[in-house]
Design a protein around this ligand. Sequence first.
Ligand code: PEP
Ligand code: MG
Length: 594
Amino acid sequence: MAKKNKSEWVLKGIAAAPGIAQGPAFLLDHQDFIVPERTILNEEIVVEIARFDEAIMHTKLEIQNIKEKISREVGGTDAQIFDAHLLVLEDCMLIDEVKKSIRQDKICVEYAFSRILKRYIEIFEKIQDNYIKERSADVSDIGRRVLKHLMGESHLHDLDVLAGDIVVVAHDISPSDAVSMYNKKVLAFLTDIGGQTAHTAIIAKSLGVPAVLGLKDATLRISNQDEVIIDGRKGVVIVNPTEETKRLYQREKEKISKLEGLFHNIVNSPAETTDLHEVKLLANFELYGELPAVQKYGAQGIGLYRTEFFYMNRLDLPSEEEQYNAYRQIAVAMAPHPVVIRTLDLGGDKFISSIQLPKEMMPFLGSRAIRLCLEEQEIFRTQLRAILRASAHGNIMMMYPMIAGAGELRAANGILKGVKQRLRDKNIPFNEAMPVGVMIEVPAAAMTADVLAHEVDFFSIGTNDLIQYTLAVDRANEKMAHFYEPAHPAVLRLIRRTVSAAHDAGIKVSVCGEMASDPTLAAILLGLGVDSFSMSPSSIPLIKRAVRSLRYADVQDHARQALKLSTGSEVMDYMVAELKKAVPDFYMYENQNP
Ligand code: PEP
Ligand code: MG
């Protein structure tokens, strides 16, 4: 597609993380190794060849080490994945071809290697056989490691060589890449693909970085250095804005900061309806750097600690000691408020370098979350030990993700029981009464909530996944975004069923999916009887204001009526009309979430 000229134009995508940002675009193409071409002198040929041999040797050692570590901690079969990587490094044809290119073309080793590597990847990708096609990922991964040894880590990550604040434009950004942008000069993210509840969107919110995802062809249409304004509240990107547009957005930014001041007045007030029904508002937590925001916005605890982010952007697995220290630190900082630690939820759209998961056709339906932990029991036990030890400090609760029924819950609890016994045997302190809950995010769990409720201390409804699995809509696929309907009657019925089962069994139920941070949807959840809401810290003031403006008896009635409607849009239209009637300024701050 032809690039646009310098007049102002607009792209519309999925509003993934709120806020307004302005700056120059930086196109990040992770698939490409950005390696400068450098010609060399005859005398340099031997040096370049020696550098190549050395980089191959270091990469082999690095892979051997990871392989040994994984076979020690996880088991032999998982470590075999690295044999494929080692084979690539022993491929004489590839090695000879690189050396030949250095000699003949008189180019530096990095350039020779990356050029040949790209050709290999292209050939692999064109082959019809799926197994061989997938080997291109091995070749690409190995290539990245060899280049890292040749060029140094910093050259590989384009972001590290940036001078100045930038707006990252990429085809896709993985959750772990998003985390690695923490503390970098990133003003906003724009991607071609991805949905509102993809983990990349969730991380952008945690970082406080506006994000618009699912822009389809942003990487083709936006050029490096194009000036862009991102409106993360509305999912709008303005490219080459006029002076007038810039002034308009400057005023919008000022309005948002004023709002922060307004909301500040209710930081210490309870989330209580006008007829004095109180709910708790807690924070979702992914990165340690979020702690000041959790405190600033007055969260009454951490309702979802997504621990998997602690495992990302490193080659090894975090040790028990490291995890214990991290969990303890958060628990102490939040005490006496609760910290709900979710056990590892990997798979789906979250991957880490230290565990090589087999490629699956449908990763969200595959070996994910608790399923993976029940397969990789040593990794699970290490985390359970760390959580239990940390439970001796502060107010820690623990929950399992993606439980589909009592069988998995019992299997997980069986492992927990063993870990507890070993701690007791060694006189290591932990909280014997640490509450253990499950996330209700699979329809099967909601349908059997009455059974589960008798075997746990609390429920936390993960609506991001519950919607995805109930409506059969990939949460990260922007093309399906219009089918992703939180207010769909099927979703509401499952939530109602879960809440009733929890309350019948005398346990509390929370919602920690993105639904909790939308005022209209939060009003429905409130009416359905949800006891607490957990969300990105910056959403807390908006939801608190909404709760404080509503009458519990009214929203209970609205929820009852909503459950009788036939479609998600009917529910939304009905709720918006009722809320506007009951509280005329209910939507005054809509889309102004700071
Ligand atoms: C959810 O599924 O709603 C949830 C909170 O968990 P995650 O978004 O991490 O999958
Ligand atoms: Mg989930």
